[in-house]
Design a protein around this ligand. Structure first.
Ligand code: KG4
Ligand code: ZN
Length: 352
């Protein structure tokens, strides 16, 4: 049977987004609905797993129906159903995956279990027509890692954070100054409001952990502590309230410089192994950061490596990345049984 215009519906519920999308083989996103639970978690200063899981239960059915309606498709016209089966907050993952399994079973359609991280990692193949292999920097709320992506099933970890993820550092900084989750966009905005960048770097020097060391691991807990110390120290001084923009600027520059240094090492590691990467992709929520995207794009150009990043709406969690990863697996005949178990922890590139 010639498989033309395959359509896959993908469900993502591993954190605070109830997201559903339908994509086809031609890389069209036919429907794309994201319900973000922001208000439910607001007064708690972070995502509360139990509240999140309940909100997913309440929303999942209407989000799926809305997505089908937007795409002007019925369930019968979907070839397979994919869902995030981990890693993530397990209550939410259970809601989305059980719903997807029921949809698939009810329609007698294949079910595909998707690793959330692989959803992020494969997104540039949907948005930028990226071919294998490529070097990927996955930067999200829970992960910061370099991956060598050779094929759908061969994804090798080159290095990762030894403590906090970059997104987590942004979120914690935001929390320290009373801003809600997710902190990334708010801290980025503060950094752009800094008026005297030279002064900011001088007044708020921050560490660049592991910089100029071997390998491509990261560490951000020292940076977070240094930020906390400045906030504590400035608490009682009047000027401090206007200086948070300076601190945010210095913080973001520390991250950008660290990422440069580590990226350069990751590229050398591949070169040393004769696996030179011509293409680089940044994926995950933090890849929505404009400063990081622009700086990396310029840096990689100078290294003759092409730079890829998804449109902003497909950087943070969404259903299209799950639908696309599902579609890639479906085409490779990698179908799962509906007994596939959800996994709170699930390293990228592994299946057992
Ligand atoms: O991929 P994602 O939506 O969820 C996870 O899989 O974790 O990533 C969420 C993370 C949060 O930590 C959030 O603060 C961060 O991505 N983030 C950003 C920006 N937008 C989202 N970090 C820095 N700058 C941004 N513009
Ligand atoms: Zn994510």
């Amino acid at each position: 049977m010639a498989m033309t215009d395959i359509r896959v519906l993908g469900i993502e519920t591993s954190c605070d987004e109830t997201a559903v999308a339908i994509v086809n083989e031609k890389k069209d996103i036919l429907g794309h609905v994201v319900y973000t639970q922001a208000t439910e978690h607001l007064k708690h200063g972070g995502v509360v797993p139990e509240i999140g899981a309940r909100a997913h239960v309440e929303k999942i059915d209407s989000v799926v129906k809305q997505c089908l309606k937007d795409a002007n498709l019925s369930l019968k016209e979907i070839d397979a159903v994919a869902a995030t089966c981990g890693p993530g907050l397990i209550g939410g993952v259970m809601v989305g995956s059980v719903y997807a399994k029921a949809l698939a079973a009810g329609q007698n359609k294949p079910f595909i279990a998707v690793n959330h991280l692989e959803g992020h990692v494969l997104t540039p193949r949907l948005t930028d027509n990226l071919d294998f292999p490529y070097l990927c920097l996955l930067v999200s709320g829970g992960h910061t890692q370099f991956l060598h992506v050779q094929s759908l099933t061969e994804i090798t970890l080159l290095g990762q954070t030894r403590d906090d993820a970059i997104g987590e550092a942004y979120d914690k900084f935001a929390k320290m100054i009373g801003l809600p989750y997710p902190g990334g966009p708010a801290i980025e905005k503060l950094a752009t409001e800094c008026t005297d960048t030279k002064n900011a770097l001088e007044n708020y020097p921050l560490p660049r952990p592991l910089m100029q060391t071997e390998g491509c691991d990261f560490s951000f807990s020292g940076l977070k502590t240094a930020v906390r110390n400045y906030i504590e120290q400035d608490k009682n001084t009047e000027i401090a309230r206007n200086k948070v923009q300076d601190l945010a600027f210095s913080f973001q520059e520390a991250i950008v410089e660290t990422v440069f240094d580590r990226t350069s090492n990751a590229l050398s590691m591949l070169k040393d192994d004769n696996l030179a990467a011509q293409c680089f992709a940044i994926v995950g929520g933090v890849s929505a950061n404009k400063r990081l995207r622009e700086a990396l794009s310029t840096f990689l150009q100078s290294q003759d490596v092409t730079f890829h990043a998804a449109p902003l709406s497909l950087c943070t969690d969404n259903g299209a990345m799950i639908a696309w990863a599902g579609l890639e697996r479906y085409k490779a005949n990698l179908i799962d049984d509906i007994s596939f178990r959800t996994r709170p922890r699930w390293p990228v590139g592994t299946r057992v």
